[in-house]
Design a protein around this ligand. Structure first.
Ligand SMILES: [Zn+2]
Length: 127
Protein backbone atom coordinates (compact mmCIF):
# COMPACT_ATOMS: atom_id res chain seq x y z
CA UNK A 1 0.00 0.00 0.00
CA UNK A 2 1.29 3.41 -0.88
CA UNK A 3 1.95 5.96 1.82
CA UNK A 4 -0.29 9.00 1.45
CA UNK A 5 1.32 12.41 1.23
CA UNK A 6 0.18 14.96 3.79
CA UNK A 7 -1.01 17.22 1.00
CA UNK A 8 -1.05 16.88 -2.74
CA UNK A 9 -0.98 19.98 -4.87
CA UNK A 10 -3.64 19.77 -7.57
CA UNK A 11 -1.86 22.45 -9.60
CA UNK A 12 1.54 20.73 -9.45
CA UNK A 13 0.00 17.35 -10.26
CA UNK A 14 -1.81 18.88 -13.24
CA UNK A 15 1.37 20.53 -14.49
CA UNK A 16 3.25 17.23 -14.17
CA UNK A 17 0.42 15.53 -16.03
CA UNK A 18 0.47 18.11 -18.81
CA UNK A 19 4.13 17.21 -19.28
CA UNK A 20 3.02 13.54 -19.31
CA UNK A 21 5.01 12.91 -16.16
CA UNK A 22 4.11 11.20 -12.91
CA UNK A 23 1.79 13.40 -10.83
CA UNK A 24 3.78 12.67 -7.67
CA UNK A 25 7.49 12.81 -8.57
CA UNK A 26 7.26 14.62 -11.92
CA UNK A 27 10.06 12.47 -13.30
CA UNK A 28 8.63 9.12 -14.39
CA UNK A 29 6.52 8.69 -17.50
CA UNK A 30 2.74 8.32 -17.20
CA UNK A 31 2.34 6.74 -20.61
CA UNK A 32 4.06 3.83 -22.28
CA UNK A 33 2.67 4.09 -25.79
CA UNK A 34 0.87 7.29 -26.71
CA UNK A 35 -2.04 7.28 -24.20
CA UNK A 36 -1.60 3.80 -22.70
CA UNK A 37 -1.05 4.42 -18.98
CA UNK A 38 1.89 2.62 -17.36
CA UNK A 39 1.02 0.30 -14.48
CA UNK A 40 3.44 2.13 -12.18
CA UNK A 41 5.68 5.18 -12.38
CA UNK A 42 9.09 4.15 -13.71
CA UNK A 43 10.83 6.60 -11.34
CA UNK A 44 9.03 6.48 -7.96
CA UNK A 45 6.83 3.38 -8.31
CA UNK A 46 3.50 5.20 -7.82
CA UNK A 47 0.67 2.91 -8.89
CA UNK A 48 -0.83 4.67 -11.89
CA UNK A 49 -3.31 1.93 -12.71
CA UNK A 50 -5.79 3.51 -10.29
CA UNK A 51 -6.58 6.21 -12.86
CA UNK A 52 -10.09 6.31 -14.29
CA UNK A 53 -9.80 9.01 -16.94
CA UNK A 54 -12.18 7.08 -19.21
CA UNK A 55 -13.74 9.33 -21.85
CA UNK A 56 -13.01 12.67 -20.17
CA UNK A 57 -9.72 13.30 -22.08
CA UNK A 58 -11.28 13.04 -25.55
CA UNK A 59 -14.25 15.11 -24.37
CA UNK A 60 -12.06 17.99 -23.15
CA UNK A 61 -9.75 17.63 -26.15
CA UNK A 62 -12.66 18.00 -28.57
CA UNK A 63 -14.10 20.85 -26.52
CA UNK A 64 -10.86 22.84 -26.74
CA UNK A 65 -9.85 21.94 -30.30
CA UNK A 66 -13.27 22.54 -31.80
CA UNK A 67 -13.59 25.95 -30.15
CA UNK A 68 -10.32 27.08 -31.76
CA UNK A 69 -10.98 25.39 -35.09
CA UNK A 70 -14.52 26.73 -35.43
CA UNK A 71 -13.39 30.23 -34.43
CA UNK A 72 -10.58 30.10 -36.97
CA UNK A 73 -12.77 28.64 -39.68
CA UNK A 74 -15.47 31.28 -39.19
CA UNK A 75 -12.89 34.09 -39.09
CA UNK A 76 -11.25 32.89 -42.32
CA UNK A 77 -14.69 32.56 -43.91
CA UNK A 78 -15.67 36.09 -42.88
CA UNK A 79 -12.40 37.70 -43.99
CA UNK A 80 -11.44 35.73 -47.12
CA UNK A 81 -14.45 33.61 -48.10
CA UNK A 82 -12.25 30.89 -49.60
CA UNK A 83 -13.53 27.84 -51.46
CA UNK A 84 -14.73 24.98 -49.29
CA UNK A 85 -11.82 22.73 -50.31
CA UNK A 86 -9.37 25.35 -49.07
CA UNK A 87 -11.13 25.50 -45.70
CA UNK A 88 -11.04 21.70 -45.49
CA UNK A 89 -7.37 21.62 -46.50
CA UNK A 90 -6.55 23.99 -43.67
CA UNK A 91 -8.78 22.88 -40.85
CA UNK A 92 -8.90 19.09 -41.15
CA UNK A 93 -5.13 18.67 -40.62
CA UNK A 94 -5.14 21.38 -37.94
CA UNK A 95 -7.94 19.56 -36.10
CA UNK A 96 -6.27 16.18 -36.39
CA UNK A 97 -2.78 17.26 -35.36
CA UNK A 98 -3.91 19.49 -32.49
CA UNK A 99 -6.27 16.82 -31.12
CA UNK A 100 -3.57 14.13 -31.25
CA UNK A 101 -1.08 16.51 -29.62
CA UNK A 102 -3.47 17.65 -26.90
CA UNK A 103 -5.07 14.31 -25.94
CA UNK A 104 -2.17 12.77 -23.94
CA UNK A 105 -1.49 16.08 -22.20
CA UNK A 106 -5.10 16.43 -21.09
CA UNK A 107 -5.23 12.79 -20.05
CA UNK A 108 -2.05 13.28 -18.01
CA UNK A 109 -3.50 16.37 -16.34
CA UNK A 110 -6.73 14.53 -15.49
CA UNK A 111 -4.76 11.66 -13.99
CA UNK A 112 -2.85 14.27 -11.99
CA UNK A 113 -6.10 15.72 -10.64
CA UNK A 114 -7.36 12.25 -9.74
CA UNK A 115 -4.13 11.52 -7.87
CA UNK A 116 -4.07 14.90 -6.08
CA UNK A 117 -7.72 14.59 -5.03
CA UNK A 118 -7.09 10.97 -3.95
CA UNK A 119 -9.83 9.76 -6.23
CA UNK A 120 -10.44 6.10 -7.03
CA UNK A 121 -7.51 4.03 -5.73
CA UNK A 122 -5.08 6.93 -5.38
CA UNK A 123 -6.13 7.47 -1.77
CA UNK A 124 -4.59 4.20 -0.67
CA UNK A 125 -7.68 2.81 1.07
CA UNK A 126 -9.54 1.68 -2.03
CA UNK A 127 -8.80 -1.74 -3.43
ZN1 LIG B 1 6.66 8.98 -10.01
Amino acid sequence: MEIMSASRSVWQAMMNGLRQRCPDCGKGHVFGKYIKVNHTCDACGLELHHQRADDAPPYFTMLIVLHFVLSGMLTVEQVYSPATWIQLTIWLPVSLVSALWLLPRIKGALIGIQWARQMHGFGGDFT
